[in-house]
Design a protein around this ligand. Structure first.
Ligand code: SF4
Length: 450
């Protein structure tokens, strides 16, 4: 049966506590930092989409220069605190650490990054000086990682930035789309405040492009516009029975956990989660932690092709989630409007598709899974209607850009609305790239006018 309030407040607290706790002492951080070999041409820097100078910030921890260390991190990634909690480091910096080649545990880069950035945020250290105002104004759509990173870099250069955000809070995916045991709503709010404390950035909430603001109006009022509105709509399964009560998309499920309070989010006894990306894992593990008795993840390919990392899969397995590989949903069955079971189809792998992965091909075998809840996590779709409405050149709703510039004069874009959905750290870099192009554009326009 689908119901809320399955656990005691203490159990919710325990189930959703920080999954990667910080160092308990300064000495513990320094001991780990001292293991770093400070490699020349360090692979960990190259593996970071924002190119954080990892050996430098670790060396600064060794010498107890925490302020310098936080500055090194934030210089490359203003969301370095959040990224230290949500980045899939096993496939990025830590995955490339040379210690892996020696069969030894890699340097805990994320934990060290968290160490410095948390101290900086707690002490509200303002590590960047905003340049004198240039009188230039830029509108940013979306207060997520791409938008905030773009806004911060522009503000540092003396540009006045107005961010338009459709939700009530900033942070984007960090605030609304990530498992609550990785980042808390309070942390996300603190991070937004910390970023905007540089000054010159004002966020206007509950302002949505195409609803209460238009691109034309922004292009008239501002010197440039950056679009960083992400992706949002959950991909439908397009199978019979999706309308039954108990079928929910992973994004709104995770959103509700972040917004309504754990005890108010209903979950089934037997839950099926469709998909094997990070969002699917976050939905499955949280369903289990909300008190679901059985959670089964269905993926139409094999473990080799799964989009999530091994570490994420391990979390789901440790939480007791089952995984059925090579299986796709075929039909959802129900009685009295409520889900009762799922007909699943057994797949096999065929030729590689456009993604380079072998494509799943249905066999004639199928089976029935008894479930009372189905969570759809088969990917998200771009806000195609917004993109089309504003005549932005695009590929299947993903905005086409050239050095962050769109086909519209003075309009730039980056992050998930361009790439269709990647990591938070990729969006941060896209925001920086957008700011770089905008600064060049503004400077060129100023030269032409003089
Ligand atoms: Fe340090 Fe590992 Fe990076 Fe080398 S690869 S600098 S050991 S963190």
């Amino acid at each position: 049966m689908i119901k809320a309030n399955r656990l005691s407040p203490e159990q919710y607290q325990e189930n959703f506590s920080d999954i990667h706790p910080p160092f308990e002492t300064k000495d513990a951080a320094i001991v780990e930092a001292n293991r770093c070999l400070f490699c020349y041409d360090a692979p960990c820097i190259k593996a970071c989409p924002t190119s954080i100078n990892v050996p430098k910030f670790i060396k600064q921890i060794v010498t107890d220069n925490v302020k310098g260390s936080a500055h090194t991190i934030f210089l490359s990634n203003i969301m370095g605190a959040g990224c230290s909690k949500v980045c899939p480091v096993e496939k990025l910096c830590e995955g490339s650490c040379v210690y892996n080649l020696m069969d030894e545990p890699p340097i805990p880069i994320a934990k060290l990054q968290r160490y410095s950035t948390e101290i900086a945020m707690k002490n509200k250290w303002q590590l960047f000086q905003r340049k004198e105002t240039t009188g230039k104004k830029v509108a940013v759509i979306g207060a997520g990682p791409a938008g905030l990173s773009c806004a911060h870099m522009l503000s540092r250069e003396g540009v006045d930035v107005t961010v338009f955000e459709k939700e009530k809070l900033g942070g984007g995916l960090m605030t609304y789309g990530i498992a609550a045991y990785k980042v808390t709503p309070q942390f996300c709010e603190d991070e937004v405040d910390y970023i905007t404390s540089i000054g010159g950035i004002s966020i206007k909430y509950e302002q949505e492009l195409g609803r209460n603001i238009t691109l034309q109006e922004l292009r008239e009022k501002f010197d440039a516009v950056f679009l960083g509105f992400g992706v949002g709509l959950a991909r439908q399964l397009e199978i019979p029975g999706e309308e039954f009560e108990g079928v929910e998309d992973a994004i709104s499920f995770i959103y509700n956990i972040r917004n309504k309070g754990f005890e108010n989010v209903a979950v089934g006894d037997k839950v099926a989660v469709i998909g094997m990306g990070m969002t699917a894992i976050d939905a499955a593990t949280q369903a289990k932690r909300l008190g679901a008795k059985e959670v089964t993840m269905l993926y139409r390919r094999t473990q080799e092709e799964m989009p999530c990392t091994q570490a994420e899969l391990d979390i789901a397995k440790l939480d007791g989630c089952n995984v059925i590989w090579l299986t796709a949903p075929k039909e959802i069955l129900g009685t009295e409007g409520k889900v009762t079971s799922l007909i699943a189809e057994v797949m096999e792998l065929g030729e590689p598709d456009a993604s380079g992965r072998r494509s799943p091909v249905p066999t004639d075998k199928q089976f029935i899974l008894e479930v009372d809840m189905v969570i759809k996590a088969a990917g998200q779709m771009p806000y195609e209607y917004v993109v089309m409405k504003h005549q932005l050149e695009n590929k299947n709703g993903k905005i086409s850009v050239n050095n962050a510039a769109t086909n519209l004069e003075g309009v730039f874009a980056g992050g998930d609305c361009v790439n269709g959905g990647k990591e938070v750290v990729d969006a941060v870099q896209a925001g920086k790239d957008g700011a770089t192009s905008i600064l060049e554009y503004i400077a060129t326009n100023a030269r032409m006018k003089s």
